[in-house]
Write a protein that binds this ligand. Structure first.
Ligand code: GTP
Length: 336
């Protein structure tokens, strides 16, 4: 019997920066529209999320009001900052107290170095949907500012918003670093892809629908750098609520983006799928139905999304016209 591995994830940042909102979207399947009703977090809210069979995320959502921050940095310092696997620090992109935000961040980083020097640090420049100026430029400027404030600590910066898939991209990347056997998973997915001539096979965690691993089979996703933003600024949360909109959206996800290169797929397809399935699951819950699986056989591709294990779903995308959805389903059954 192997006891599950626990990873402590600290979620910190100023009050109102959006920490609880992102937690409720990703881990509790709540829609973005309901986040405005969330109250301020009092002290620390701890959640245990069984992420994969043997990985438990111990999420510490640390209320960001000054009094709490001061306490984390003084009397509670060792409790908060010891045994941390990952620190996620959230900055509101249009914060009116940039200097104070950076001061608190620097102090947290100092405490983290002292108690958990090995912890990975991810910085989210959040509420990017509110930015009117070109988003890329704003994010780049912020990134430079945050790198300066981080000294020699290695950091990864993402631009995020609860109103588009950027949040899923950031959280998938973060969680990916916590999965101990990620490369083994990739190898298995590649085998699965080979077995049914799939263009791509993607593994999702069941509750959050975050991407755990993808097959490395060609086409290798032209993965955008963490700095890369979604192609355009999306309108706030018009969540798809019907299967047909899933179909349309997915065909867009998998549609060829370059006539010359049939394998050039949309670089944001993973996180868009996560976002879409979560929205679809939410719609199912609203009509008291449960989401089980999705199968699509369209003119230029077949896609099957089904349960692989107790904690995972797998999506198989095939462009080979000789491989139908029943073949994909059979392969998933054999693989699970
Ligand atoms: P504390 O609990 O006090 O530390 O605050 P918090 O960081 O948990 O903030 P919370 O999640 O409660 O969010 C504050 C407000 O920001 C809510 O009204 C959310 O709807 C809003 N919000 C969260 N994320 C976004 C986002 O990406 N864009 C926009 N426009 N608003 C957001």
């Amino acid at each position: 019997f192997k006891s599950p591995m626990k990873k402590k994830v600290l979620l910190m940042g100023a009050s109102g920066s959006g920490k609880t909102s992102m937690r409720s979207l990703i881990f509790s399947n709540n829609p973005a529209s309901l986040t405005s009703r969330l109250g301020a977090t009092i002290d620390v809210e701890q959640n245990h999320v069984r992420f994969l069979g043997d990985l438990i995320l111990n999420l510490w959502d640390c209320g960001g009001q000054d009094a709490f921050m001061d306490s984390y940095l003084s009397t509670q310092q060792s409790t908060i900052f010891q045994h941390v696997g990952v620190l996620i620090y959230v900055f509101e992109v249009e914060s009116r107290s940039v200097v104070r935000d950076l001061e608190y961040y620097a102090e947290c980083l100092y405490a983290l170095k002292k108690y958990s020097p090995e912890a990975a640090v991810f910085l989210l420049v959040h509420k990017m949907d509110l930015v009117r100026a070109p988003k890329e430029a704003v994010l780049e400027k912020k990134t430079v500012e945050l790198k300066q404030a981080s000294g020699d600590t290695e950091i990864t910066v993402f631009g995020t918003s609860i109103y588009d898939e950027s949040l899923y991209k950031a959280w998938s990347s973060i969680v990916h670093t916590l999965i101990p056997n990620a490369s083994v998973l990739t190898r298995h997915l590649t085998k699965l892809a080979d077995a049914c001539s799939a263009t791509e096979v993607i593994l999702f965690e069941r509750t959050t629908f975050l991407v755990i691993a993808t097959s490395s089979h060609p086409p290798s996703p032209s993965a955008p750098t963490p700095l890369e933003l979604p192609p355009s600024s999306p309108p706030p949360a018009s969540t798809p609520s019907t299967l047909s909109s899933f179909g349309t959206h997915t065909s867009r996800l998998s549609a060829k983006t370059d006539d010359e290169d049939p394998h050039k797929l949309n670089p944001t397809r993973y996180e868009r799928t996560s976002e879409l399935i979560k929205a679809f699951k939410h719609s199912c819950a609203r009509v008291r139905d449960e989401f089980h699986a999705l199968e699509m056989e369209l003119a230029d591709f077949t896609a099957v999304l089904d349960e692989l294990t107790k904690n995972t779903y797998v999506l198989i995308v095939v462009h080979d016209p000789t491989i139908g959805k029943s073949m994909c389903i059979y392969i998933i059954r054999v693989g699970s």
